[in-house]
Write a protein that binds this ligand. Structure first.
Ligand code: NAD
Ligand code: MG
Length: 372
């Protein structure tokens, strides 16, 4: 259920969704100026202390905007500013958050606020899940990827030197406040990376939304606020519905990995950070569409639509040449595989998913036709 609401501070309408998870349900507010609505954030903060976790890039842009009204309302605000980067989504940063919380005598009523992209959201969520066995937490995602994907669904955690996201917990926020105005400062590559997950949501679960993204891709690339708000809201609705049915990844949630089997192989094969995750997923969706056609699930025109939309979103469509044996080896270690056979999320047809293992010769044909 989606409602538009005119705020007290300004007359811009926010879109409001609800993630329906029984007693762990929570609202998502989306739109330009959401973080300027101090009443909105205040409503989700119970105790009189708030700890805002952010990083050195986001802090100078948005920290004061969030902290000042809370202080003005008499809240004690603890600011925790971590170094920027995926390599800091690790144990040492988590400890730095706990150190600051303890040094400032934060108690079980203290609310943690994650202000930043998916790295800050995942780490702060895990800190909130484990500090004093669980404190309330609010997500203020400031990347498109975090607004359409990582801030919704309750997966939190950090990386281990032996694997990404290996230490974590399922822990839902009290609210998600997605301010589309913050996307104005986002680097173009990061915007495109977020669009990959938006396209993914349409491709696997909503053909009409895929049509809408095709029709509005130029507006999205130009950061048109209304187009962004709709894309974020529809993405959150689609992801929230999957999470509602499968909160702890028993099965259905795997469809959200469309494009990710190929994508993870690209990220690992080139070395993490060479391509952004969303770039690898963009290319991975083109490869998965190609494979879907080889199985007779979609026609060539549908493959071309996926390829053209990924390209229009500023994402790569030609896969790196890792060598066939290495490609297959990397895909075989993917988390989704049970008993050795690689499971692919494919389109059957565009707009709905099919989880399938695939004959080797078809996979080889996709690799040789998609590699640059
Ligand atoms: P990120 O958090 O590293 O942010 C990307 C870059 O943008 C960083 O340099 C950041 O400081 C900067 N930034 C953030 N907001 C900005 C703004 N408004 N203006 C300018 N710069 C800004 O990366 P991300 O893509 O947001 O998130 C990736 C992380 O999310 C990964 O660690 C991934 O594992 C995780 N993730 C989690 C889930 C989940 O379900 N929990 C889902 C997808 C991804
Ligand atoms: Mg992803």
């Amino acid at each position: 259920a989606r409602r538009a609401r005119a705020t007290s501070m300004n007359e811009q309408a926010h879109l409001n969704l609800n993630v329906d998870l029984g007693d762990r349900s929570y609202p998502i507010a989306i739109g330009p100026g959401v973080i300027d609505d101090s009443a909105l954030l205040a409503r989700h903060i119970g105790g009189n202390k708030v700890a805002i976790v952010t990083n050195t890039t986001v802090a100078p842009l948005y920290l004061e905007k969030v902290a000042a009204p809370l202080r003005a309302a008499g809240r004690e605000v603890v600011e925790i500013i971590l170094p920027d980067g995926e390599e800091h989504k690790q144990w040492g940063s988590l400890m730095a958050v706990f150190d600051a919380l303890l040094a400032n005598k934060c108690d079980r009523k203290t609310t943690l606020v994650a202000l930043g992209g998916g790295v800050i959201g995942d780490l702060t969520g895990f800190a909130a899940a484990s500090y004093m066995r669980g404190v309330p937490f609010v997500q203020i995602p400031t990347t498109l990827l975090a607004q359409v994907d990582s801030s919704v669904g309750g997966k939190t955690g950090i990386n281990h030197p032996l694997g990404k996201n290996m230490i974590g917990a399922f822990y839902q926020p009290r609210a998600v406040l997605a301010d589309t105005s913050t996307l104005a400062t986002l680097p173009g590559r990061e915007l495109s990376a977020g669009l990959a997950e938006v396209i993914k949501h349409g491709a696997i679960l909503d053909a009409a939304f895929f049509d809408w993204i095709e029709a509005n891709i130029e507006k999205l690339m130009a950061r048109d606020p209304a187009a962004l708000s709709h894309a974020i809201a529809r993405s959150c609705e689609i992801k929230a519905e999957v999470v509602r049915k499968d909160e702890r990844e028993g099965g259905l949630r795997a469809v959200l990995n469309f494009g990710h089997t190929f994508g993870h192989a690209i990220e690992a094969g080139l070395g993490y950070g060479e391509w952004l995750h969303g770039e690898a997923v963009g290319c991975g969706m083109v490869m998965a569409a190609d494979l879907s056609q080889r199985l007779g699930f979609i026609d060539a025109a549908a493959v071309e639509r996926v390829r053209a939309l990924v390209a229009a979103a500023g994402l790569p469509t030609a896969a790196p040449d890792l060598g066939e044996a290495r490609w297959i080896e990397l895909m075989e270690v993917d988390k989704k595989n049970e008993g050795g056979a690689i499971k692919f999320i494919l389109l059957k047809p565009l707009g709905s998913p099919s989880i399938t293992s695939v004959p080797h010769e078809l996979l080889r044909a996709t690799l040789s036709s998609c590699v640059a």
